[in-house]
Write a protein that binds this ligand. Structure first.
Ligand code: PEP
Ligand code: MN
Length: 369
């Protein structure tokens, strides 16, 4: 995440969501339980979702649980239950696969769409094996971001699938593991999926607020943020009775809650035909451009000072890195930022980057001496 990619686009052959030949309106909404637990549970969940905007019914069959001893998924017998539940409400169904055998079982059971989970997309061996298993099979494949914030790894997963001839692809943003305690189960790092979209503009981008949030509290605001950023769809975990769910109980919502949730979601358009509004947007963009020019000027000025500082320090072999001074800078900048409505995480990250660049400039100046 720290090292900002600024690389050229990636040349992949990707079909539009419209070519998946499933019915959806503008946005693709995927809902369903974290895990298929029983025939009854998945059917009841589906039937309660019948009147809601759901285009794909999801359900985990093989579950990548962090610790053994937890519910590991119902296994292949659940595929038929899920498929029947999808049929009952006339929507295609999606399942997570991790091994070529899973792909085989899904094909046998008429599963319409598969997705690759965050632990699997982080593993190039597994990705290659799955790509090989999908060679010549024209089914939609969605790839969740790897658990670690590594854009190249995510892109590499798409490249492997594309090289095997898979063209119905979509990216699912489910957030990233973090050692630090945050408000999220998996921190969103919005810049990363947006950078994926910049490098592969044709890639449909779907947000999975359930796994980002880990609870139902922030679900609505994360989903809204995805819509504001013009994501192509959402994947939400919905369970007929979340309290007794065998996995991810805390983050699943009921079909009724899903209905209310979708009703209050505000969809955004990429542009407007309203002239007055358009002029306002142009004006504000101009203002942002000007502020950005100032930010670049100030950063350049700051680095100029760093270079001079580097030269002064070397005169008496003073170390470039001064932990106490650095700690004080971060603390005071975070405090100042908080007063101006900037989050601690944001100011901290900005200053980590400024510090890295500053050290680089000091060392550069010293080497020239
Ligand atoms: C899931 O969708 O239930 C799941 C296990 O997701 P992830 O791979 O994002 O953890
Ligand atoms: Mn889950």
């Amino acid at each position: 995440m720290r090292k900002q990619e600024n690389k050229a686009g990636v040349d992949l052959t990707i079909k539009n969501l419209a070519d998946w030949h499933i019915s959806y309106e503008n946005k693709l909404f995927i809902a369903g339980p974290c895990s298929v637990e029983s025939e009854e549970q998945v059917l009841q969940t589906a039937l309660s979702l019948k009147q809601q905007p759901v285009h794909v019914l999801r359900g985990g069959i093989w579950k990548p649980r962090t610790r053994p001893g937890q519910f590991q998924g119902i296994g292949h017998k659940g595929l038929r239950w899920l498929k029947n539940a999808g049929k009952a409400i006339q929507v295609p169904v999606a399942v997570e696969v991790a091994f070529p055998e899973h792909v085989e079982q899904c094909l046998k059971s008429g599963i319409d769409i598969i997705w690759i989970g965050a632990r699997t997309s982080a593993n190039p061996f597994a990705m290659q094996a799955l790509a090989d298993a999908l060679r010549g099979i024209d089914m939609p494949v969605m790839v969740k971001n790897p658990i670690n914030p590594d854009l190249e790894l995510w892109i590499g997963a798409f490249e492997r699938l594309n090289q095997a001839g898979v063209t119905k692809l979509a990216a699912i943003h489910r957030g990233f593991s973090s050692y630090r305690k945050t408000d999220y189960r998996n921190v969103p790092h919005w810049a990363l999926p947006l950078e994926l979209k910049r490098r592969i503009p044709a890639m449909p981008l779907i947000c999975d607020p359930s796994h980002i949030c880990g609870t139902t509290e922030l679900l609505q605001s994360v989903a809204q943020e995805a819509m504001d950023l013009l994501y192509d769809g959402l994947m939400i975990e919905v369970h007929v009775n979340p309290a007794v769910a065998l996995s991810d109980a805390q983050q699943q919502i009921t079909p009724e809650q899903y209905g209310a949730f979708m009703k209050s979601l505000k969809l955004k358009k990429p542009f407007t035909e309203n002239q007055e509004l358009y002029r306002k947007i142009i004006y504000l963009r101009k203002e942002i451009d000007e502020v950005d020019t100032q930010i670049i000027d100030l950063l350049a000025k700051r680095m100029e000072i760093s270079r001079t500082l580097g030269i002064v320090k070397i005169q008496d072999s003073v170390a470039v890195y001064q932990p106490d001074r650095w700690g004080e800078i971060v603390r005071s900048r975070i405090k100042a930022g908080l007063k101006r409505n900037l989050s601690e995480e944001f100011v901290d990250q900005v200053y980590q980057l400024i510090h890295e660049e500053s050290v680089r400039h000091q060392e550069m100046a010293q080497q020239k001496k």
